[in-house]
Design a protein around this ligand. Structure first.
Ligand code: ADP
Ligand code: MG
Length: 252
């Protein structure tokens, strides 16, 4: 059953010189789903995610989130509205503990600044919010671990915990499996399957096994245009998709 529309991307256009990286892209993300966005390198996937998150201004088109036009809002304003872009590893403070990183996320939520960090480590509400987020992603046992000592997969989980302190209403993820081994990918797959019930996920991912295992819907982006949207079976059997992306030539 399709859920309520949480994120609604309407006719986005973005050119870099003569290159149309977004050529009239419309798609939506509904409650309870993982909507995967796939397509060849250079198709414009990351460019689309950046425009949705607010870091890159479209030439035209609009982004509606929770029934509201957020096109004019900054990245921080969209994040506060509940649109969480996760898996930017550089956002973690590697020399801080796992708990400290989660508290930093909670400070962001409260609108206070970094200078508030020391007293924050004694603030019960912030600590509770951080601890709940760590528990949610299964990192409670690692609360005092220095972040740089976490495995790749655990860092991704910590990124989600940081995002969770913002009580997200939707997740944007650009290639979360990148650089992970098979085991890490499997772990993260199970984790995302669970996470989507908390907030739907717009997932850009190269790992087709993960996409086919996870996605409720898939959109295929080629040269800045979505050429197909459908469930896993529909996308697998779509002749245009096979030709343009999945690399099979039996479409004729
Ligand atoms: P994908 O994530 O699907 O691999 P990108 O969105 O990163 O693709 O890039 C889409 C196209 O836009 C590519 O041809 C890329 O070189 C180009 N591009 C992306 N960002 C910029 C930029 N800031 N300036 C110029 N060209 C860009
Ligand atoms: Mg990309």
């Amino acid at each position: 059953m399709p859920g309520e529309v949480i994120l609604d991307v309407r006719d986005l256009h973005k050119s870099f010189g003569a290159l149309k990286a977004s050529d009239g892209i419309s798609l939506d993300l509904r409650a309870g789903e993982i909507h995967a966005l796939i397509g060849p390198n250079g198709a414009g996937k990351s460019t689309l995610i950046k425009q949705i998150a607010g870091g890159l201004k479209p030439d035209r088109g609009a982004v509606h989130f929770m029934g509201r036009d957020v096109s004019a809002l900054s990245v921080a304003q969209r994040a506060h509205a509940g649109l969480a872009r996760t898996f930017q590893i550089s956002a973690l403070a590697m020399e801080y503990t796992v708990m400290e990183n989660a508290v930093l996320g909670a400070i962001g939520q409260s609108g206070r600044t970094f200078g508030f960090f020391r007293p924050a480590m004694k603030d019960r509400a912030l600590l509770d919010s951080a601890a709940a987020a760590l528990e949610r992603v299964g990192l409670t046992d690692h609360a005092s671990t220095i972040t740089s000592e976490l495995s790749h997969g655990q860092r991704r989980q910590l990124e989600v915990a940081v995002a969770l302190t913002l009580a997200p209403k939707a997740f944007l993820m650009d290639e979360p499996m990148a650089g992970m081994g098979a085991e890490g990918s499997r772990e993260l797959t199970g984790f995302l399957q669970d996470l989507k019930h908390q907030a739907p996920i717009l997932l850009v991912e190269h790992d087709m096994d993960a996409v086919f295992a996870l996605a409720d819907r898939i959109s295929v982006l080629v040269y800045g245009k979505i050429i197909a949207t459908g469930n896993v079976d529909e996308i697998r059997s779509n002749a245009d998709v096979k030709t343009a992306y999945l690399g099979e030539e039996d479409a004729a």
